[in-house]
Design a protein around this ligand. Sequence first.
Ligand SMILES: [Zn+2]
Ligand SMILES: [Zn+2]
Length: 357
Amino acid sequence: MQLPKQMDALVLKGVRDFAIESIQVPVPDDDEVICKVDTIFICGTDPHIIAGDFPDFWPTAFPFVPGHEWSGTVVETGKKAYNLGWNEGDRVCGISHCGCGYCEMCIKGRYNICLNYGHEERGHRQYGHYTPGAYAQFMRTSVKSIFKIPDSMPLEYAACVDPLSIALYTVKRSKMQPGDDVLILGTGPQGLMAILCAKALGAGRIFAAGSGDRLKKAGELGALIIDYHKEDVLEKVKELTNGRGVPAVLECAGTEKSITQACLAAAKGGVVSVVGIPHSNPSLPIKRMVLDEVELVGNRANPNTAKATIELLTNNRIDLKSLMTHRFSLKEFGKALDIFEKRQDGAIKVAIKPNGF
Ligand SMILES: [Zn+2]
Ligand SMILES: [Zn+2]
């Protein structure tokens, strides 16, 4: 396919300084493809990247194109990518991490904690974080970071594979067993998707702590809701579990208080699976955790869970429909970001369509 020379992209020029600009359409390396982007969702991390909350890290330099929850169609393939079975017309979804492929961690399949993180010259990438991302008409990506999706799956659903596979990883790492009680702290998009994944994996009762419209949504998805403005989350969990706590706690809020609460709400032998990133270090009830053998696991992104997520979506084990609340063109990004950040009109997953609707 003959690609245009220029494309529209969201260009971040500094802290909170962005515009839709015309930039060059990228050219693929050997193991890369160029995709025509269908949908990108605004991730909870994006406003932080735009606000400069991760200086010299996400991104490392300006100008920068963010965006990492995306789907699209392959329109050009590098030679090796073609030899590996990628073709024009393939419908794909992307994830942000791309390990170097050679280090000890990558060899073990733990490419999300690649030892060469941040070293592009050694082949590492993280799209939309420090490597150019998908808020553009075309996206250049290594084939290590894309997955084919079946014809039956709408591209808009496919763009949710990145965050949904993070939720799946968070549930799996909690070692939740079928029938187990689960507590989910935080009912933002990540917490709501954790409810969907816990259900798909056979959770018993799902308790969700949050507030506002999003907590209401958690209830609609089948969780027993706890409003942390009105109730003491810990007391409520103890009351509901005869004082035992829950075997699997999914921490999706990332506040100091919530992580500490998670460690206290876990049952003896329970696991606290943390995906929220706190901005400071919480003090943890270590004595309790040692004596009751409470495990705490950190989760970074979605290593090796995208494929399973695609299967869960394809086979209708998870229905994302009620989480997809808004759609905007790329030119309307500023408005879309505002609605997402202020949680207006029940905003949960807000889609951007850089090539139109
Ligand atoms: Zn994300
Ligand atoms: Zn590596």
